[in-house]
Write a protein that binds this ligand. Structure first.
Ligand code: FAD
Length: 463
């Protein structure tokens, strides 16, 4: 039996993972990513999109991605596509860890002296009445379909949400000549006052501000119905989505028929792998999300300095910050193995510029009011079909954290391993028992972190 080895293993071939690999290439680096090609979320399928001459749909930042992906490919770094990391072994020994991953229908092992986790983010789950109906999906899922297969949503379709990605997707759908039939804006115009306090710092990232302003001004152009200040949304249908209804802050109500509803409420760090290896994570009230506890700007984990977290997984910062963080982590991991040198000043400046706009965006777009305090009948854990009411009842009966909630209700124990319900469960617990979020332990994630068949599992070599 041969064990596959690397000096540095990187999970994720997005901006952060690719930058880390390029920076560390004087060591033996292996990059694993579950997508079919490098690029991560922002530059998903960029090589295919370029081949079908559709780059213009996705904007200037997407063009930049093509160059970066080409640079990554040209660097000769070992890159394994469609390789989904489902677990990590020996994460606590300090003498190297093993990534367990699914690739070509087999479960394989990769031993590495250093690990860089660059798994990015996912969209904040949005529980509301009817969100589990077929036809309701996240806006990011629609963007993925557009990038990978040029598929567009079935009409009539509604785009509802808030934040930069919501505005970007609206502009991309228009560029693809499939503008939404209805746009529902879930943001709160009153937040602009708080956000303006952070404007001076945000000016360092002027290009991002201008880009956002441009999308914002154009969002309603050419759209038949656009409603602002929406505080409540419901999806209705027997077996699939047929209709949606909404309510605005000033009491106005509306409804329309719908085949597709795309929802977006910002993104949160994808900490599943870190949680699975019991890495310390904490709740950042400003970002309204859990993020890892880091010991250094290079992204070293606070309790295990041979493991790094870079890019959006370490705190949402966008692609420029992700590249800077990846480069810092790659250089640092490489240096600790006796290779290369560390000259971080350019990356630090770039990280500062990339993150400058975040406090402004965090103040402008806190989690949407439409998903606060879900009604008792709203499903929270989709895999196990557990409602908000059942979670509240379990808190009254003594479940003090999401890990006890598993024993009470199996909440978070389905195939998604809590990706969709963990954060909302903690929120409901604190809403019911008055604790602060950081007093409640985050939901633990068990390996494998995503489903794998027994047949696939039997292909894993023991050490
Ligand atoms: C759905 C979605 C769409 C987005 N679209 C845009 C956009 O159009 N424009 C924009 O500016 N920003 C977009 N963002 C934000 C964007 O992700 C960040 O700006 C930036 O790309 C973060 O880079 P990253 O390298 O940290 O992570 P990512 O780009 O997210 O890359 C992480 C990579 O890790 C892979 N991965 C995750 N878990 C595993 C695992 N267990 N095993 C193997 N591989 C794994 C992912 O598939 C992905 O390829 C999007 C975010 C999301 C969630």
């Amino acid at each position: 039996m041969t064990i596959d080895n690397a000096d540095i293993a990187i999970v994720g071939a997005g901006p952060a993972g690719m930058a880390a690999a390029i920076e560390a290439k004087s060591s033996k680096v292996v990059v694993l990513d579950d997508q079919a090609m490098p690029g991560g979320q922002i530059w998903r399928s960029v090589e295919d999109v370029a081949a079908r001459n559709d780059l213009h749909i996705f904007g200037k930042d997407y063009y930049r991605g093509l160059r970066f992906v080409q640079q990554f490919r040209a660097s000769g770094i070992q890159y394994r596509q469609r390789a989904r990391v489902i677990g990590i072994e020996d994460w606590d020994t300090g003498s190297g860890s093993d990534l367990i991953y699914l690739h070509d229908g087999k479960v394989k092992r990769l031993s590495a002296k250093r690990l860089i986790i660059a798994t990015g983010s996912y969209e904040r789950p949005t529980p509301f009445p009817g969100w589990t109906l077929p036809g309701v999906m996240s806006a990011g899922a629609a963007q993925i379909a557009l990038k990978t297969t040029n598929m567009v949503p079935k009409r009539p379709f509604i785009l509802a949400g808030q934040g930069p990605l919501f505005l970007l997707l609206a502009s991309q759908l228009k560029a693809a000549e499939v503008p939404p039939d209805v746009i529902l804006q879930l943001d709160d115009p009153k937040r602009i006052k708080q956000a303006l306090l952070h404007l001076p710092a945000a000016l360092t990232g002027t290009q991002d501000l201008l880009k956002g302003l441009f999308w914002r001004l154009k969002i309603t152009r050419g759209i038949k119905t656009s409603v602002g200040n929406v505080i409540n949304i419901e999806a209705h249908g027997e077996k699939q989505l047929e209709r949606i209804s909404w309510k605005t802050q000033n009491g106005a109500v509306g409804e329309c028929s719908a085949s597709t509803l795309l929802i977006h409420d910002g993104v949160v760090p994808n900490t599943q792998l870190l949680r699975a290896m019991r890495a310390p994570i904490w709740y950042d009230n400003k970002e309204a999300a859990w993020r890892p506890s880091l010991a250094s700007i290079a992204g070293q984990m606070s309790d295990r300095p041979w493991i790094y977290a870079a890019g959006d997984v370490s705190g949402i910062g966008g692609w420029r910050a992700a590249i800077a963080m990846g480069a810092l982590a790659g250089a640092s991991a490489n240096y600790t193995l006796g290779n290369g040198s560390i000259t971080n000043s350019e990356e630090m400046r770039s990280l500062g510029r990339g993150k400058a706009i975040r406090p402004f965006l965090n103040a402008l777009y806190p989690p949407a009011r439409a998903f606060h305090k879900p009604a008792n009948s709203t499903i929270i854990c989709r895999c196990e079909e557990i409602s908000a009411g059942e979670i509240r009842k379990a808190v009254r009966e003594g479940a003090q954290g999401p890990n006890q909630m598993k024993a009470f209700l199996r909440c978070g124990m389905g195939p998604c391993q809590g990706r969709m319900c963990a954060d909302k469960t903690v929120e409901l617990i604190t809403e019911s028992n008055g604790a602060a979020i950081n007093e409640v332990l985050p939901m633990r994630v068990r390996m494998p972190i995503s489903p794998v068949t027994l047949g696939e599992m039997t292909t894993l070599d023991k050490k």
